[in-house]
Design a protein around this ligand. Structure first.
Ligand SMILES: Nc1ncnc2c1ncn2[C@@H]1O[C@H](COP(=O)(O)OP(=O)(O)OP(=O)(O)O)[C@@H](O)[C@H]1O
Length: 315
């Protein structure tokens, strides 16, 4: 089996947990089965979908990505399935739709958990028949494309709440792949950071930034609730603000939430403690007192949360 360093798709990371996902992805890439990519926001689900496409037999075909959450519900059907001229007010031209645009390639449906029930029914019909029914068209049109779906939602729970069709769920999750959260692969943090710092330096015409040891250690300790996207944004922000600093950047350059994570260092005084206490209180309030949910909001474990609640006497 070839190395999964994934130069072609730019998927960075050597941690065993990511390599395991890439190995499974390599195995399904050559098949035409539907793949469901799970994982928190910002973990690289779309990048993995591109990886699957690039390693598929139809890599020279189109890769069409649609964020189901970004298209208003009343437009979604014609956006996906197309429409015929005159099918409804404003339909001045025939429109092939995005599924047809993905013919001979890969269709990536991001945030599939946000699809309305009618749209789910149509999607299922397409998956079973291989045909789409453009709005107002007299007959269906056959389309061959490989479907990859992704979601950060708990689909079985949506199924239980009857917000997601069980039959579609089973049809989608023939091969589920789970992108691990960044906090589960701290090994990858520094490699990703230097990758994004290099990209940012090139994009903004700045010097390549470097961090001192305590700052680097802090990057590895931080739980990254926004995952790789958050890390990428940080690298960009530091490059813009500090790309011309002569010295390696220290802890003081890191944003407050990063400096605070992994236990408050003894040397920090009142202000940071107050901020952390406030963040805990806000999260608890937002989660209406549900500790597991508050922990998730903060990107820390429930145990850590409980410990800190006690520490700050927030109970
Ligand atoms: N392993 C990785 N190597 C390099 N870049 C990565 C990696 N993972 C994620 N990225 C980058 O991080 C950003 C977020 O990734 P992506 O959009 O794929 O996440 P996502 O899980 O699809 O997010 P969402 O659920 O919010 O749509 C992108 O700019 C992507 O290129």
């Amino acid at each position: 089996m070839h190395e999964h360093s994934a130069q072609t798709s730019g998927l960075i990371g050597r941690s065993p947990i990511l390599q395991q996902v890439l190995r499974a992805a390599g195995l399904v890439a050559s098949t035409d089965v539907t793949v469901l990519i799970l994982g928190e926001s910002g973990t690289g689900k779309e990048l993995l979908a591109q990886y699957l496409h690039q390693h598929s037999p139809w890599s020279s075909g189109p890769f069409v990505a649609i964020n189901c959450a970004a298209i208003p519900e009343h437009l979604l059907e014609s956006e996906l399935f197309g429409h015929q001229r005159g099918a409804f007010t404003g339909a001045n031209h025939d429109y092939g739709g995005r599924i047809r645009a993905a013919a001979g390639g890969t269709l990536f449906l991001d945030e599939i958990g946000e699809l309305s029930l009618p749209a789910q029914a149509k999607l299922l019909r397409f998956l079973e028949s291989g045909e789409i029914h453009p709005v107002g068209a007299p007959r269906p049109i056959p389309v061959r494309t490989r479907l990859i779906a992704a979601t950060h939602r708990d689909l079985p729970m949506l199924v239980a709440q009857q917000l997601f069709r069980a039959d579609l769920y089973y049809r989608l999750q023939v091969v589920p792949l789970e992108m691990p959260a960044l906090r589960e692969r701290a090994d990858d943090v520094l490699e990703l950071f230097s990758h994004f710092a290099r990209l940012a330096a090139a994009r903004h015409g700045r010097e390549l930034i470097s961090l001192d040891r305590p700052a680097l250690r802090q990057l590895q300790r931080y739980p990254w609730p926004g995952n790789v996207r958050e890390l990428k944004n940080l690298a960009e922000r530091l490059t813009i603000l500090h790309g011309s600093d002569p010295m390696p950047l220290g802890l003081a350059c890191l944003p407050a939430e990063l400096r605070m994570s992994g236990g408050t260092p003894k040397s920090t005084g009142g202000p940071l403690v107050d901020t952390e206490r406030q963040m805990l209180a806000d999260a608890l309030q937002q989660a209406q007192g549900n500790r597991s949910q508050a922990a998730r909001l903060l990107g820390i474990s429930r145990d850590t949360l409980v410990y800190r609640i006690r520490k700050y006497e927030l109970a």
